[in-house]
Design a protein around this ligand. Structure first.
Ligand SMILES: Cc1cc2nc3c(=O)[nH]c(=O)nc-3n(C[C@H](O)[C@H](O)[C@H](O)COP(=O)(O)OP(=O)(O)OC[C@H]3O[C@@H](n4cnc5c(N)ncnc54)[C@H](O)[C@@H]3O)c2cc1C
Length: 182
């Protein structure tokens, strides 16, 4: 077994696993500012869900990941459909983010009432009007760990539709970026 460098050994030991309760981890991760996406699935599994556990994975092949809770309706929809889209929300789309994170919304096509969208050419998954950018993906791999599954999608098509600012999520709140010059 490789031994850790002496200076790392000197650092206090990490807390026991049991002390990292869900609320501790939620609190810590809430300090990590993210953008906000809405993941969508089309066709007979028509569904959408707000998600910020989203990241690029690889440029070649182009791929992204999202992490979805086992209990979410999206988990089954995504697994069944095998294709999905990711909509990157703009700063003005907080109501949309709240809507697709609301576990009291109706299922199926009704959740898209009052939402402008068009089916993506490659996946049929809803591309939401007003989003800053979108990706259409083919589900390539799924890794279940703990209470979530990491879904990796190969990007079939992607584009930017707006040049506005992105919607942020940090400290449990939505916000708009206040960036200094580029
Ligand atoms: C900023 C932000 C980021 C988030 N990021 C993530 C993320 O990265 N990953 C993640 O997993 N979650 C994330 N969430 C949480 C997620 O958006 C919500 O939990 C969302 O409601 C889950 O969507 P869902 O439709 O898949 O499941 P649900 O909300 O559980 O279900 C939707 C609707 O279907 C109903 N329903 C459920 N099961 C049945 C059934 N069998 N028959 C009939 N009706 C049923 C529910 O009552 C509800 O009305 C995030 C939330 C926010 C605010």
């Amino acid at each position: 077994m490789n031994s850790a460098p002496a200076d790392i050994d000197a650092v206090s030991a990490p807390p026991a696993h049991d002390s990292v309760t869900p609320s501790v981890l939620r609190g810590v991760m809430s300090r990590f500012a993210t953008g906000v996406t809405v993941i969508t699935v089309g066709g007979e599994h028509l569904h959408a869900m707000t998600a910020n556990a989203f990241s690029s994975v690889s440029l070649d092949p182009p791929s992204v990941l999202c992490s979805v809770g086992h209990g979410a309706v999206m988990h089954k929809a995504l697994t069944s459909a095998g294709r999905f889209a990711v909509n990157i929300l703009g700063a003005e789309q907080e109501p949309l983010a709240r809507h697709f994170a609301d576990n009291k919304r109706t299922l199926g096509a009704a959740q898209f009432d009052d939402v402008a969208w068009a089916p993506g050419e490659r996946t049929g998954a809803p591309l939401l009007g007003g989003s800053l950018a979108w990706l259409e993906c083919e589900l390539t791999a799924a890794h279940s760990f703990g209470d979530h599954t990491i879904f990796i999608g190969t990007v079939l098509a992607a584009g930017q539709t707006g040049d506005g600012q992105g919607l942020l999520f940090v400290d449990g709140r939505f916000g708009k970026p206040e960036l200094s010059g580029r």
